[in-house]
Design a protein around this ligand. Structure first.
Ligand code: NAD
Length: 475
């Protein structure tokens, strides 16, 4: 069956407009033009990297005020209502994953809140020997590999941080997000040109593929690699022999203990685990609840839009959404709405259903593996110590994200110390840890494996020391 894209956009737009005055509703999205070169899109990887290298050279001659202007131009073009609209709607259509309204929020947060040039703080020492400064300086060309799950958010966020640090960037998007990423790279190039930036500070290829990604990784013109994706690509960049940042997979557990405000915890978990249909790497992927509150938690979750699957329904969901080896999701079901999953197992979805909760044991694939869909396993444990221990086990040492609902400060502290994740959200939905509704800046590249954490401009820069002997110390 061929899908009429225009018709699909119209339907999604209508649904979004009905919902809560939801944001995306501007003019029809521009039609992506795959295969057409120009505006940062190149026919082959060699051409793309060479153009970015020339741009990086020219960029060195620009002032910090120029950089600030270019970063502002990126923010402005990505925040145009029709562009936010296009990215949110088209991402759902092209990747087949997620929720356009939530993608709108993520795209907006990335464009508004990603740190810029101000993140490059200089350190100085002055004294009898003179003056020494330590500055953040560009790498040159960065190769950035982006995921299907946050395709445009990652490009916006990486573009701001990498250009603010003085670099040019070559994007290697997931082939499933090709058209939208090409469109975005073109928009960014047009905006940068209008702001007077060197040509080709942001480039990509017209046919993204694993082969092209590998060419980019190996290209001598690329000085640093940043991989946002699953374990395979993180391992690949870390084995490249180049400076690399790896932002890899997670399996965030949410622990609920007996002291938690259960009604509030239930709302947070349903909000967080259904956000963008659970595709964010930070979203709650399994619940570990102490026995004393597990039933109440499920009851409250149902009030918030969750559907509790019976044991028989859990078996049908398993057969539908797991891969054949039961080692992860069937990619066809990643990021699909809860209602679609329920319909596919023969259950008429209740109005407004957002999440499917399945009580299972601790070895079940729904809690062991990252599903990235609004199906969440719940495991019942006797007490908070057992909950923390199981959460640590289910997080698999990814050091990514964990969430806990508790009013026991000692228990919260213990969980934080034991689980060692890059993000630990206490008493809120997971997306609060991304700078959406919580304090702190947003990012869509969370580097647990290499330790940068929530990446920011300074992570895309080299540290250089400049020493002047004997003078410029005025004390
Ligand atoms: P993915 O690993 O399938 O793809 C990510 C990118 O890597 C894509 O551009 C893909 O084309 C490329 N790629 C994958 N394998 C490759 C290989 N062998 N050689 C060359 N290129 C390769 O991931 P996805 O499905 O797009 O995204 C979901 C995964 O990413 C989840 O595991 C999620 O947790 C993780 N993720 C992590 C972060 C983070 O900041 N830590 C952010 C978003 C997504």
């Amino acid at each position: 069956m061929t899908i009429d894209t225009a018709q699909l956009v119209a339907v999604i737009r209508e649904v979004l407009a009905e919902h809560d005055g939801g944001p995306p509703r501007a003019a029809a999205p521009s039609t992506p033009r795959p295969g057409v070169q120009g505006d940062g899109v190149f026919a082959d990887m060699d051409g793309a990297v060479n153009a970015a290298a020339a741009a990086a050279q020219e960029y060195r001659r620009c002032t910090m005020a120029d950089r600030r202007r270019f970063v502002s131009a990126i923010r402005e073009v990505m925040l145009k209502p029709e562009n936010l609209d296009n990215m949110s709607v088209q991402a759902v259509i092209e990747t087949g994953m997620g929720n356009a309204e939530h993608k709108y929020l993520k795209n907006k947060a990335a464009a508004e809140g990603t740190p810029g040039v101000e993140d490059l703080e200089t350190t100085a020492w002055s004294g009898d020997e003179g003056l020494t400064t330590v500055e953040y300086s560009a790498y040159g060309v960065i190769g950035a590999i982006t995921p299907t799950t946050n395709p445009t958010e990652t490009v916006t966020c990486n573009s701001i941080g990498m250009l603010a640090a003085g670099n040019a960037v070559v994007f290697s998007p997931h082939p499933r997000a090709k058209n939208l990423t090409l469109w975005q790279v073109r928009q960014l190039n047009q905006a940068l040109r209008a702001a007077g930036a060197p040509e080709n500070l942001i480039v990509t290829v017209s046919e993204p593929s694993i082969e092209n990604t590998n060419k980019m990784i190996a290209h001598p013109g690329v000085k640093m690699l940043v991989a946002t994706g699953g374990p395979g690509i993180v391992k690949t960049v870390l084995s490249s022999g180049k400076k690399a940042i790896g932002a890899g997979a997670g399996n965030p557990p949410v622990v609920v203990d007996a002291t938690a405000d259960i009604g509030y915890a239930a709302k947070c978990i349903v909000d967080g685990a259904s956000f963008d249909n659970n595709v964010p790497c930070t979203a709650e992927k399994e619940i570990v609840a102490v026995d004393a509150v597990a039933d109440l938690l499920k009851f409250e979750m149902v009030k918030q839009g969750a559907y509790e699957a019976s044991a028989e329904e859990v078996r049908r969901i398993e057969a539908l959404v797991l891969n054949q080896k039961r080692t992860g999701p069937d990619t066809g079901w990643v990021g699909k709405p809860a209602a679609e999953i329920l319909r596919a197992i023969g259950v008429e979805p209740p109005a407004g259903v957002r999440l499917i909760v399945c009580e299972v044991d601790a070895s079940h694939p729904f809690v062991v593996h990252e599903l990235m869909m609004p199906v969440i396993g719940l495991v019942r444990v006797p007490d908070v110590d057992a909950a923390i221990a199981l959460a640590v086990e289910l997080e698999h040492g990814y050091r990514h994200t964990a969430i806990m609902h508790s009013r026991d400060v000692k228990a919260l502290t213990r969980m934080g110390r034991e689980i060692q994740t890059t993000i630990f959200v206490k008493n809120g939905p997971s997306f609060n840890g991304l700078g959406i509704g919580g304090e702190g800046f947003p990012t869509f590249t969370i580097a647990g494996p290499t330790g940068e954490g929530l990446t920011r401009t300074r992570n895309f820069a080299r540290v250089r020391r400049c020493v002047l002997i004997g003078d410029l110390n005025v004390r």
